[in-house]
Design a protein around this ligand. Structure first.
Ligand code: SAM
Length: 238
């Protein structure tokens, strides 16, 4: 078999998202009601490209795991959902370390805005890092994309972790003093899925303080008595 021909692809746009680091981003779309906006390269700001897009409730975003591209890939990967020890074939996983680094997420279409000759696509239910390059946008076609009898027999045996989330009085005050109205929901939904490494998720009392950045806020949290306790929500320096 001759060497495969290399193809070059150029992102059509870039997604902005509240998720400023990979840690604590939901593992898949629709798990958290996080909103994002795609801004497009000049040639895709032609309104004709987006004619009738509003007739679809959901869209596929195809993108590059750009923060992992220079780290290569391996034939098998540790699947966090399986506890982090057992390994799967990379093509039997949704790993972010892939031969071509391509990801795909079905997201809710919140609509296209035309502002000063530019197109902005608003979406929700994203599992993507701020700055993710978007390589294609396609309509989600329920009649063919949603396969009701599809199975994932191995993953189905490992439900996603779910934890109650509480805020200390200090964190509650800081929550009230910040401008992002969906920040509380983001914190409850993302930290409620216990983003700690799989081998730590078994610990219901974990003295470590974890930190995650949503928008411009640095959120400190711990796990005590099986509950995620948010201890601080600090504004990042400008
Ligand atoms: N739904 C997509 C798929 O199946 O191809 C993505 C699934 S992947 C497991 C979701 C994770 O990708 C997120 O939790 C985050 O840690 C990571 N991620 C999101 N955007 C990324 C980016 N631009 N570069 C690298 N990793 C990213």
């Amino acid at each position: 078999m001759s060497e495969p021909r290399a193809y070059q692809l150029t992102p059509i746009g870039t997604l902005s998202s509240p998720f400023k680091q990979k840690f604590a981003i939901p593992r898949q779309p629709s798990l958290v009601n996080a909103q994002g906006t795609v801004a497009f390269e000049p040639e895709f700001n032609d309104p004709n490209c987006w004619r009738e897009i509003s007739t679809y409730s959901h869209l596929w975003l195809l993108f590059l795991f750009h923060e992992n591209l220079d780290q290569g890939w391996t034939p098998t990967v540790r699947a966090p959902r399986l506890g982090g020890n057992s390994r799967l074939g990379v093509f039997a996983s949704r790993s972010t370390f892939r031969p071509n680094g391509i990801g795909m997420s079905a997201v809710r279409n919140l609509g296209v805005e035309h502002i000063n000759g530019k197109i902005k696509l608003h979406v929700s239910g994203i599992d993507l890092l701020d700055g993710t390059p978007i390589i294609d946008v396609k309509p989600y076609l329920a009649y063919s994309d949603s396969i009701v009898d599809a199975k994932a027999t191995l993953l189905d045996q490992h439900p996603l972790p779910a934890r109650h989330v509480e805020f200390t009085p200090a964190a509650t005050r800081q929550l009230l003093q910040q401008p992002h109205e969906d920040l509380r929901a983001l914190i409850v939904q993302c930290l409620g899925q216990d983003p700690r490494p799989a081998y730590r998720q078994r610990e219901n009392n974990d003295a470590r303080t974890y930190r995650v950045i949503f928008y411009d806020r640095d959120i400190h949290w711990q796990v005590k008595n099986a509950t995620v306790v948010v201890t601080a929500i600090e504004q990042l320096p400008d």
